[in-house]
Design a protein around this ligand. Structure first.
Ligand code: ADP
Ligand code: MG
Length: 255
């Protein structure tokens, strides 16, 4: 197997003036290229902490993270894209200018990257909104714009930290569906952190179930659906309910 990212026995505690907060406890799991790994766990268990480690903001106190077999401190990931709960679009820039922001900052604006940005805008239905301000777009479209802004930079890995949790229920289903389809179509490796079991099952190729803080890996569940199903279509299958119940049981056991 072509293992891309490997968490090996990773532990971490936050140290503050008020004391020590153990966040991660001997975490093991791996991610292959083109995987969509969904990490589920209760609020405050340490999910965002895992993502902070991948982008090198904090280092494991114990254990290691390997990228293509090389410890993270030696080989940093060349590019990581983020999608967060807030889309972080700038209101004083048009959608197009927001999408080009990363290229501008990284001085990567060239005919090829600009053309790619236009292709993404067109493919994912935002061409007509290129001159609009973020406030003129719906919440779901804004998240799509945020994803395109990230994809323009051709990241090796996408980290999604509860990206749909600020949206109302119906928008959340549709946006998750859109984003899942885009990530699949662009052949990206993604790690999604969520406390929403349905979201994890509808999007993931693998679900990592974490316990309460300090997070340990309760179980890793490979998720298989008939190929070609969209995240929304997955929700209407009998397998969906089976996975949901399985994960629910893992999360609530001994909780
Ligand atoms: P999750 O994303 O699963 O909700 P986090 O990874 O954000 O959880 O946080 C895990 C635990 O670590 C929480 O109890 C949180 O309060 C604590 N924590 C997070 N960041 C810090 C920090 N910078 N300093 C101290 N404690 C923190
Ligand atoms: Mg979090």
């Amino acid at each position: 197997m072509n293992t891309f990212i490997e968490f090996q026995d990773v532990s971490f505690s936050y140290h503050t003036v008020s004391g020590e907060t153990p966040a991660l406890h001997h975490i093991n799991f791996s991610v292959n290229r083109n995987d969509f790994v969904a990490i589920v766990g209760p609020s405050g268990c340490g999910k965002s902490t895992l993502l902070s480690m991948l982008c090198g903001l904090i280092r494991p106190e114990y254990g290691s993270i390997k990228i293509d077999g090389i410890p993270l401190s030696g080989k940093d990931l060349t590019s990581i894209g983020y999608m967060l709960q807030k889309d972080q679009l700038f209101e004083w820039r048009t959608i197009e200018k927001n999408i080009l922001l990363g290229l501008e900052i990284q001085k990567k604006q060239n005919p090829e990257s600009l053309a790619y940005a236009q292709t993404l805008l067109k493919t994912y239905g935002l061409s007509d909104f290129r001159n609009a301000k973020p406030s003129e777009l719906s919440g779901g479209m804004r998240q799509r714009a945020a994803l395109i802004r990230t994809l323009v930079l051709k990241p090796e890995l996408l980290l999604l930290d509860e990206p749909f949790s600020a949206l109302d229920y119906q928008t959340r289903l549709n946006t998750a569906n859109d984003i899942g389809n885009i990530i699949k179509k662009e052949h990206k490796t993604a790690i999604l952190v969520t406390h929403d079991i349905s979201e994890a099952v509808s999007l993931g190729s693998q679900v990592v179930v974490l316990t309460r803080r300090p997070a340990t890996v309760k179980r890793v569940i490979p998720v298989q659906f008939p190929s070609g199903l969209t995240p929304l279509e997955r929700r209407n299958t009998p397998e969906f309910k089976t996975y949901f119940n399985l994960i629910w049981k893992e999360l609530t056991e001994h909780a």
